[in-house]
Design a protein. Structure first.
Length: 94
């Protein structure tokens, strides 16, 4: 994790706690928390971890467009353009 700012570390910790607390009891809260965590991973260049969080968000809430947009961003960053287009189209269709 590239985040060295103490405030930033608290954000990572807080989002991790939110994901654990949401678990499967509230799919919408879980999906939102995972997308936020995925964005943090993505912005720090940790694409594998970002993809995992975005995919889990989509698993918890299959109609959550932000999860698919996140997956598309990861695919774009990894130059997997056909898959990125597919995810972008899915996020738009929702």
């Amino acid at each position: 994790m590239k985040e060295t700012n103490p405030h930033g570390q608290r954000i990572w910790y807080g989002l991790g706690m939110a994901v654990r607390a949401a678990n499967s009891r509230d799919p919408e809260q879980n999906a939102w928390s995972r997308v936020q965590l995925g964005n943090l991973y993505f912005n720090s260049g940790q694409y594998r971890e970002a993809r995992f969080q975005f995919q889990r968000a989509a698993d918890f809430l299959p109609e959550y467009a932000s999860a698919y947009a996140g997956l598309a961003r990861v695919q774009t960053a990894e130059q997997q353009f056909e898959m990125a287009i597919s995810y972008y189209q899915k996020s738009i269709a929702i």
